[in-house]
Design a protein around this ligand. Structure first.
Ligand code: NIG
Ligand code: FE
Length: 388
């Protein structure tokens, strides 16, 4: 997946030299340098090896589920109707508040296992279903514990500005000042926060409110991401770009100004076709414009109980191609190289000396097959830091 060479950066009859958790050499078998000859060899036959997959946007830690709202939507209610009636994100907030740390972990692990089974080695996990200090901290602790319970790297994201909790309805500014920002400071002090996110939307927070959270993130030296332009265009991506955000996510309603702001800031576009599909959205993200401005595009599951109960990154790749017209090469870059970019990770997402030996070995002949199949998992083996 390194840029600028052959399609997919593909190398035929390749060898990869792995020393401990790292790749030390990659190239054609006939070029293996003498110092690596004689090392123990594992022969993967004619299989394809890619960087292990990276899911750069998930909410895998949550209580309960929202199958009842799935039924409501099928009976005519919209996602926004349900949210305004106190359902939606807030129903998950109630379930998450009342669940113990153990229960949240036990519920998250099968979702994580489904991702791992498809070759995922890095997962971003957001808070945002607590909306009070105690529960936001609990979610972030559970996220960290996933990385202890499973061979997977977890990147945590604080999403305190996800929704206005019931006791602050009509007072979003008070929530940001009294709960969200102090919680961010506490969680950061405990080492629980790798990045800061928000939901900039009519049913959530305004750009001005999000900016208050971002100012604190900046003060704390934390990188920024944003749920932007998912249901309408509030200029969230531009705001995020003005803070040098790592990513702006969803972006179905992103306009040309937003795209050029992202290009200038080096902000990655994280496309979430699972939410687009589940909500039966019709507005497609401006993929052509993103391409023209060379904004890197990532693809992620957005795994969450409401808008994207999706735990397959391979299906996400297929949806990215079928629904958003990405090429299979863009889809694979979206879950490897560009997903790493969206998380500010520089040691994974490509196969090169110095990178972590996070590898996915597939029973396919050509990388296009990964995005082409629907609901099929051709993973042969996954290496996490060189270990099976
Ligand atoms: O990424 N957009 C906001 N947050 C989530 C949805 C969360 C939910 O509905 O529970 C998302 O789609
Ligand atoms: Fe999300």
């Amino acid at each position: 997946m390194s840029e600028g060479g052959t399609p997919y950066g593909l190398c035929q009859d390749a060898a990869i030299a792995v020393d401990g958790p790292k790749i030390v050499w990659v190239g054609a078998q006939h070029d293996v340098p003498p110092e690596h000859i004689g090392w123990p060899v594992e022969d993967f036959g004619a299989r394809l090896i890619t960087p292990a997959l990276i899911d750069a946007h998930t909410h895998v830690v949550f209580g309960g589920n929202r199958a009842a709202e799935f039924e409501m939507r099928l009976n005519g209610a919209s996602y926004e109707d349900i949210a305004r009636a106190g359902g939606g994100i807030l129903s998950t907030v109630n379930a998450t508040r009342s669940a113990s740390e153990e229960t949240l972990l036990a519920n998250a692990l099968p979702r994580v296992d489904a991702l791992i089974a498809e070759g995922v080695c890095t997962i971003e996990v957001k808070s945002g279903y607590g909306l009070d200090t105690e529960t936001e901290m609990k979610m972030l602790r559970v996220a960290r514990r996933i990385g202890e319970a499973r061979p997977v790297r977890i990147k945590t994201t604080f999403l305190g500005a996800h929704a206005v909790p019931p006791n602050y309805v009509g007072r979003p500014d008070d929530y940001i000042r009294e709960v969200c920002i102090p919680t961010l400071r506490t969680a950061h002090a405990e080492g629980l926060v790798d990045a800061v996110d928000g939901f900039c939307e009519g049913i959530a927070f305004t750009p001005v409110q999000i900016a208050q959270v971002f100012d604190v993130a900046k003060e704390l030296g934390l990188p920024i991401k944003l749920h932007a332009e998912q249901l309408s265009n509030l200029g969230g991506a531009q705001l995020a770009a003005s803070y040098g955000a790592m990513s702006a996510d969803h972006i179905e309603y992103l306009d040309a100004e937003g795209v050029s702001a992202m290009a200038k800031a080096g902000t990655t576009a994280v496309l979430l076709p699972g939410a687009f599909y589940t909500l039966r959205e019709t507005q497609v993200p401006p993929v052509d414009l993103l391409r023209r401005h060379q904004v890197p595009m990532a693809l992620a599951t957005d795994c969450n109980p409401g808008s994207s109960p999706l735990t397959s990154l391979l299906l996400t790749m297929n949806m990215g191609c079928t629904l958003f017209r990405l090429t299979p090469e863009e889809a694979l870059a979206g879950v490897t190289r560009n997903a790493a970019r969206a998380l500010g990770i520089t040691d994974a997402g490509t196969l090169a000396p110095g990178q972590r030996a996070d590898l996915a070995i597939w029973n396919v002949n050509h990388p296009a097959e990964l995005a082409y199949r629907v609901g099929f998992n051709p993973l042969h083996k996954r290496l996490f830091g060189g270990i099976t």
